[in-house]
Design a protein around this ligand. Structure first.
Ligand SMILES: Cc1ncc(COP(=O)(O)O)c(C=O)c1O
Length: 387
């Protein structure tokens, strides 16, 4: 069988490789601890599970859902955005449900890019910022996140020749993989930059509520002018431990929301009605479960930061996300250090270079394993890894 150039040029999906490594070692009887993948270990809060069970028992949810989403789903997203961010969204025209933010990130390029058009992709960044544009026959060009700028991009440094072809850009804060958050006027500068250069901003807000030390993350849409130039990809995955449920929404610019909806009607048949009703329960119900979960992650974060110090790795505790972004010890690449930790400690961590060239020199450690396993991982690193 001959496959399209498009598919042949896709890099292997990062986590497929990690999952294979884990499976091989486990098959050989090795007790592997994975700090590789950012998939919450804690269960979905019970009131959301109960809402799903009740909705799944209602035959009205068993038929094709509407691609536009149930009005109650869109109203719940709008209600959440207003309460949480002070952002008013029109449920009829500024919200479209997504099967997780990943769907929107992977496919929005199909609505914005023609052949050879450029998408600027935060680097290091979620790998789909690169592969999504490739699926649309566009080109992703690295938008380096600069450590000295708090892992923000230097917008002035984008080459004019690249800007001439650029139609869109992907950014995300709280940021995977660096854990960086926005505490200055970056979003205002981004809006001005996008307006000046006729670019669409796609802000990936997958970690909106996974924050620590009292920090509260803004929505991109809080910034004046943001919805004229872009959209936000919102996700229920991390805030409510719902990664398996596939629930999120694209919100913001109504023309892009409409174009994306038209595209979507040709690609999928929407989100299971029962998941939509459970999402309403998540967004409109009690939110203390989110803070409690963040307390768990914060405790794990502090534990990991501390032990990494004892092995000579200095990491700033991040104010957001479920990751630590750690510089590798001298003499290592991100891949060589990852391999050493796996070999010597049977602990999986992710090489920074897997998130783009800008991730070289770092590794990412995820906080999504139970406390005892995290302690065990930490102990193994402390005892067995010789740097
Ligand atoms: C930065 C970022 N964006 C998007 C996603 C995907 O989110 P969802 O589960 O809503 O598709 C992830 C998942 O890890 C992520 O890290």
């Amino acid at each position: 069988m001959r496959f399209s150039q498009r598919v042949q040029s896709l890099p292997p999906y990062l986590f497929a490789g990690i999952e294979r490594q884990i499976a091989e070692r486990r098959a050989a009887g090795v007790d592997v601890i994975s700090l590789g993948i950012g998939d919450p270990d804690l269960p979905t809060p019970s009131h959301i599970v109960e809402a799903l069970a009740e909705a799944a028992a209602d035959p009205a949810t068993h038929q094709y859902p509407s691609n536009q989403g149930e009005p109650a789903f869109r109203e719940a997203v709008a209600g959440f955005y207003f309460t949480r961010f002070g952002v008013e969204l029109d449920p009829a025209s500024e919200i479209v449900p997504l099967l997780g933010a990943k769907e929107g990130i992977a496919h929005v390029g199909l609505a914005l890019l023609d052949q050879c058009d450029v998408a600027l992709a935060a680097d290091p960044g979620y790998p789909v910022y690169v592969t999504g544009p490739m699926l649309a026959d566009g080109t992703a060009v690295s938008l380096p996140l600069v450590r000295e700028l708090g892992f923000q991009p230097d917008l002035e440094a984008v080459e004019p020749s690249v800007l001439a072809k650029a139609r869109m850009m992907f950014v995300s804060y709280p940021n995977n993989p660096t854990g960086a958050v926005i505490e200055d006027d970056f979003f205002a500068r981004l809006v001005a930059f996008a307006a000046e250069n006729d670019l669409v901003v796609v802000h990936d807000n997958a970690y909106a509520d996974i924050t620590y030390d009292g920090y509260v993350a803004p929505s991109f849409l809080e910034t004046p002018g943001a919805r004229d130039v872009g959209v936000e990809m919102f996700s229920l995955s991390k805030s409510y431990n719902m990664t398996g449920w596939r629930s999120g929404a694209m919100v913001g610019n109504r023309d892009l929301v409409d174009a994306y909806w038209r595209l979507k009607t040709n690609m999928d048949s929407g989100m299971f009605g029962a998941v939509q009703r459970a999402s309403v329960a998540a967004l409109s119900g009690p939110q203390h479960c989110v803070r409690e979960m963040c307390e768990v992650y914060q405790r794990r974060r502090d534990l990991l930061v501390e032990v990494l110090r004892t092995v000579g790795m200095h990491v700033e505790p991040p104010k957001g996300t479920i990751y630590l972004w750690a510089p590798v010890p001298d003499g290592h690449t991100s891949a060589s250090f990852t391999a050493q930790v796996l070999d010597q400690a049977d602990v999986v961590i992710t090489p920074g270079a897997a998130y783009g060239a800008g991730g070289e020199g770092y590794v990412r450690l995820s906080l999504t394993v139970p406390d005892e396993r995290l302690r065990e991982a930490v102990q193994r690193i402390e005892e067995r890894v010789r740097i």
